[in-house]
Write a protein that binds this ligand. Structure first.
Ligand SMILES: [Mg+2]
Length: 231
């Protein structure tokens, strides 16, 4: 795969930035800070329910069926409602707490830093993300990896989300790249891999949890360190 590429486009959440662990940490803090132990038996129960509701709301957000603002408070309001707590003010405060603290968490996926260091000497590195504009830059900065990236393309700025071809075309334009000399690496088959396929860009599917699937992939890895061999 090595020679033909000049540009590598990375997804951010769950590809480089350890979304699941960082999120769990903040949800634990929310459980303590808002004294949820008084009404919810265990923090694990709270987190599990939140994740289920958040996931469903994110699917709606991707389809433009809920707005960003609604997503932010509703995931907490709906979670609290499940535990028979009705308090929109607290739900909204939790939303604010989450949005402030979550991007300031700094855990990255294993080997992220050393792999980026290695790749940055050989390729131009960029980010294409569907995450919220105001938090993605904080994540990159706080986790100390922002310097590795040339161009950061945010779906909110472009106006469409991955896998829409337009966001990839915008990314090529911004980076001075094209589909032939670029490679996409991401954890979300639909957004990242199918998205790359639609613009005929090569892609590596980062399947960290080694989930079984039947999707078409050109190349699949479960640890970023496998990129040393490939690239
Ligand atoms: Mg991702």
């Amino acid at each position: 795969m090595k020679k033909k590429y000049k540009h590598i486009f990375f997804d951010l959440d769950r590809t480089l930035w350890h979304f699941d662990e960082n999120s769990k940490k903040v949800l634990n803090d929310i459980y303590t800070h808002f004294k949820l132990d008084k009404s919810i038996n265990s923090v694990d129960e709270f987190i599990e329910k939140y994740q289920e509701i958040n996931e469903a709301l994110w699917s709606l957000y991707r389809e433009d069926k809920v707005t960003k603002d609604e997503l932010r408070w509703r995931r907490f309001e709906d979670t609290l409602a499940y535990f028979n707590i009705s308090n929109p003010k607290v739900a909204s405060d939790m939303g604010d707490f989450y949005i402030y603290h979550s991007p300031r968490q700094t855990l990255l996926l294993p080997e992220t830093r050393s792999v980026l260091k290695y790749l940055s000497k050989k390729y131009k590195l960029h980010i294409i993300t569907n995450g919220f504009e105001e938090v993605q830059h904080i994540k990159l900065k706080e986790s100390g990896i922002s310097n590795y990236f040339d161009v950061v393309i945010l779906s909110e700025k472009v106006g469409v989300k991955k896998p829409h071809p337009y966001i990839f075309k915008k990314a090529f334009l911004a980076a001075g790249a094209n589909a032939k000399n670029s490679l996409m690496i991401g954890d979300d088959w639909y957004a990242d891999i199918y998205g790359a396929q639609r613009v005929k860009m090569d892609a590596i599917y980062f399947n960290f949890n080694k989930l079984e699937h039947k999707n078409s992939v050109q190349k699949e890895i479960s640890c970023l360190s496998e990129l040393y061999e490939i690239l």
